[in-house]
Design a protein around this ligand. Sequence first.
Ligand code: OOG
Ligand code: NI
Length: 457
Amino acid sequence: MSPFVSPDEIRTRFSQAMSLMYRDEVPQYGTLLSLVADVNAETLEQDPALAARLERAGEIERLGVERHGAIRLGTARELSTMRRLFAVMGMVPVGYYDLSVAGVPVHSTAFRPVSDAALAKNPFRVFTSLLRLDLVSDAALRETAAAILARRRIYTPDALALIDRAEAQGGLADGEADRFVAEALHTFRWHGEATVDAATYEALSAAHRLVADVVCFKGPHINHLTPRTLDIDAAQGEMPRRGIAAKAVVEGPPPRAVPILLRQTSFKALEEPIRFPGGTGAVSGTHTARFGEIEQRGLALTPKGRALYDALLARARDGEETEGPYETRLARAFADLPDDEASLRRQGLGYFRYTLLDAGKARPGAALEDLVAAGAVGADPIVYEDFLPVSAAGIFQSNLGGAEQASYAANAARDAFEADLGAGVLDEFALYAAAERASIERVEAALGASFRTASAA
Ligand code: OOG
Ligand code: NI
């Protein structure tokens, strides 16, 4: 037996500890959790077929613990250490998101588990952004910010020592894992004291509110935690009834019979008191950074499906669809994406996980598609585990508190990001394709046959 706690278990402990901490720091997050739990229970009760399918996919158990968070880092060193910290809990960087196109001076990745088994245990993800000071035009301000960031230490010495130990030993023993969780948690806490004086805060905030959020504090406070709902429209409707002012528009695709990718809504960031050093100790300013968010996840799309999604979204946002409110334009644009599972699968638009349901119904030599039609094999949507850059930008914008609409020339810098990270980011599509392929191979092995046709994707 391994003397170490599994990374899945450490991730679960960490995500639990983070959730407790955030509920303490931002009580409305607790309200969101109970709202989502109620909506999910209601949805499952009213839709036994959905309940059965989630059960089959092993998603029922994960639903109660499922959430994502987000942080914003200031330096390459912070980012590469964050990669090592998350690796201890089985989370690796997936995807590259360039948000500069949307006027946010960061680029990002998502740390998350990747294997089917680890995702089923606990799919905790952290959307992690790195500030791009190169996009700040004022050179003096850029230098000030870089100097402040170079001085801060966001990890405790014990957290660093435990990361070293996990790497050297190949894991952490039970007590070490608990200490690691407690030490790592410090990095994500809110600190009400700014590390800079009010004038510096104002100057950085004027360049972009996000710059002040990253540079002026002791560490990268977790800025939201997001539970997963099975019905985001119901959750959105319920928010005002529980005293939460919801963001006006749900980000992502419109409501559909077959949920795809990711739909998200949030409540606006709190305006929190901050103190500046050298002051009287009295509140000397406010800062908006921390908020609450809810999401609904659906089918992971193939590159072909995703290209269609991106095109349809653009059509609704700033393309041919110009008549009526946003929701109407969005619904009209998405009429061009099939909205039943069979079409999405047959047209190679989404990824599916295949399971053998009834070997007795399987004719020898049949194609996979025939086996699905005959009810011998089930095809369930593979859940999208990642993020959407346009949605993420919308979430950033609605929570920065200011009205500014900065814009930067489209300026992806993936190579620089990976160099700062100290590793490459994984390709999300390759992960979904591998999960689909592995499920087909399991069916093949169980039937002792191989299928004539390759998977749609
Ligand atoms: C991250 C915003 C992105 C999401 O769910 O798309 C995000 C941030 O505000 O730091 O969390
Ligand atoms: Ni989020």
